[in-house]
Design a protein around this ligand. Sequence first.
Ligand code: BES
Ligand code: ZN
Length: 959
Amino acid sequence: MSSNMSVVTLLTLTLLAAMFRSSSAHQASSSIGPQGEASNGGAADPAFPWSHLRLPSYIVPVHYELRLHPNLTELRLSGSVRVQVEVKNDTNWVVLHSKALNISNAMLLDHSMAALSEQVLPVLHHPGHEQVAVFSPRVLSSGHTYFLHLQFGAELTEGFYGFYKSSYKTGAGETRVLASTHFEPTSARKAFPCFDEPSFKANYTVTIRRSPEHIALSNMPIEKTVRLNEDLMEDHFATSVKMSTYLVAFVICDFRSVSATTSSGVKVSIYAAPEKLHQTHYALEVAVKTLDFYEKYFNINYPLPKQDLIAIPDFESGAMENWGLTTYRETSLLYDPRSSSAQDKLWVTMVIAHELAHQWFGNLVTMVWWNDIWLNEGFARYMEYIAVEATYPELHVEEYLLNVCFAAVGRDSLNSSRPISSAAENPTQIREMFDTVSYDKGACVLHMLRHFLTDEVFQSGIVRYLRKFSYGNAQNQDLWDSLANARDTTHITHLPYHNTCSEEDFTSGKFCYNDRQASKNAYLFAGEHLNLTAMMNTWTLQKGVPLVTVTREGSRLLLKQERFLKAVLPSDPVWATLQQGYLWHIPLTFKTSSSRTVHRHLMVTKTDSVDVGDQASWVKVNTDMAGYYLVHYEGRGWDQLTQLLRENHTALSYHDRTHLIHNAFQLIVTGKLSMGRALDLIGYLPSETHTVPLLEGLGFLGAYYRMLEKTAEHDVTQKLRTYILRFFGDVIDRQTWEDKGSVTERHLRSEVISLACDLGHAPCLRQANQRFADWLHSEGKLSLPADLTETIYSVGAQDERGWEFLLHAYTASPSETHKHKILSAMGSSRDKNKLSRLLEMALEGEVIRNQDLSTLVYLVARNPHGQQLAWAFFKKNWGFLVQKFQLSSFCIRSLMVGTTAWFSSAEELSDMRSFFQSIEEQASQLRATQVALDNVQKNVLWMEMNLGPLRDWLNRHIH
Ligand code: BES
Ligand code: ZN
């Protein structure tokens, strides 16, 4: 970066010298600037010395001493920071981040704490870049240490980023205020002036003042507490390990906690509002188990003495991994055994596993820059599955992994997708990197890589990566290098017995990874000369998902790869352009009828072929969907698989069956497979015994029904409804109305019963109505089966009295997961006035909290009677929403895509276009705008291509 710097004008320096009226003019005029281009940001101080979004690299923070006094009564924050910095190049400037802070009293001290100037130093502002610059009259010289001291103040306002105010109501109706932080990615600068970039890692020593009725929490444990006076306490926290600014956290609240200790002695505590303490026990068990698991899996101990997990009443996203103090939305941490469903429990387990994975992936090793945020989020998402599968096998989390890949395919098959690693410079672009591509495609690509390398090599490679870059930063290449040099660790030597680890051997904790003993080659089927970087670059630097078309020709299987695209047809003139230059290195796998093994082949060219033998009656490519690619079978391929499913579906794993269903329904959008053939393929489902493929098939039909329900196509809609109910009749009838069985059975039950009632299945409605009436009669005291509560409430919400009672219950309920179920039910009302009322309440933010606004709007948009209301609401309140939640926040993006998700007509598409036109300045900054448009374009195309065939197929099958 420093290469782009240019010299600051003499005028600027003279001006500054005058401003702080200090030392001699000589010092000022001979000062050395940070060589940034002349500042051009409109709102910036004209003399601002730096014009880049990223900070100069010649001043590096080493240690922050941070003193904070958040006043929860006056809702003000005052504080001071003393940053120890190291200077790499002579300069007169310290440029750092600050946003909406009132900075006073800037001072620079030398290594012996002597002030460089007797006067307070001038601070220049560049609000557009969220930066300030402190001018030193004396040159700060290269190789020396200095201390920058700043005092600052800020408002503690409502919101979700920076240091913000949150509140909750006690059972007695009293409002309690707390203050909490969420910094990632670029909001630390809203709480204290800092070098707010992930590569500037430093140690932090934090001191917080608070009133005696509160507690203060931060990343590290408290070392001592001093009573300053009757009303003021001061907590001194231990100095942190080296970490990035976005991981710093503080909470001041009146919460209580439960604690336990991990086997390696880490104190784990779960904090919640006092009246919710009984909902914290499950999280405590999960956190302890998961930390124990990660310490073993990564073979690196968690480095802090404690890990606090806290449920914050106002939280925009799901959770945040601040080191040693992870913060959660209440629904992501609290588990109420009385009202939480099996799915709620799974969610809590996964979220904790995710945030704790970050303590290594993200906190210990951080990406160099936000363009590679997938190294944090993709890994954390994937580790959720590895950890929960190991720690809670009964939850069968592996059954959900395919959905992660399906979500990735959904986004990646539209042209608006992006490569996993993509440029992101300003805060809006950086926030938008937290998306399906970083999380789900990232996880799915890692899954493919793990299968390719074997579990052992993958694990030892990531251990190597984590060790090598501990307390530092890494980029993609570092990961590929670590994985490429990794060996199977099943041959590791236990040091105490073989104390012979030579220098070339890689040591890790108690273990010695002995190269000579490594027997398994990492590249089981690719040969020794595989270039892992070249292979992985095709997945991380190139957007999109490949489609492999396979054709049988005698004993050969001909292969062809192309980019899979959903909103564009090959007949479209842009098709060829969109295909140009795309090529993946695909670790192909397949099974055939005539052999039991999984065959492997690395496909690195556009076309290729493999031998499958003459005998095979069927071939199934992409075994268990461990690879991130779709498959189309030309010729008789699909028919053979359809027949196989009909005759002997267990010849394929449930993963393979699910994958086939997903694949087929993807292809019908592109015209490669007809609607009828996809429906024929799932014709075997009534005899399907596994939940995952069953739900996959049911999911597509349910989604089609939802899309058609809003159109004037009443005849097709009715026929589809009849078909689904008849087709899944046995499955529906098999369900009981209780929370019994395995998590998998409970999941199936809740989905099937929900769909049945949604489709107006009479026995379902009868059961639900009866249970709702009993619940009403008991004044809400009766406990309903947790997995079915949402459906029962939704049926009950259809009449006036039921809806009003639910609203009352919503206001009174002490459990956020329970409240979510009620909200979902109220949002399913057919009464437009009720839906409008909900939207208004969401806007007010009193009864329905702001954090739940996007969920509520999404629920209303999903309802055929609310779709237009939700869209109109979004358009009307755009300005307010952006101000409240920030452009590119989870909330704004999910509103954009969510309110339009079910649009499927050209008129709706053009309405969207004209609205986005009217907010062009903002809309054009967001990828989400194009995602929403592409998505609807895809729906329109689906309607054009598939409505007729669906009608015909249904006419043939429903009489
Ligand atoms: N690091 C993120 C939190 C975050 C949220 C960062 C918004 C930047 C912007 C955290 O680890 C995360 O991924 N949270 C998820 C929940 C998780 C279980 C996937 C979230 O908030 O949705
Ligand atoms: Zn995360």
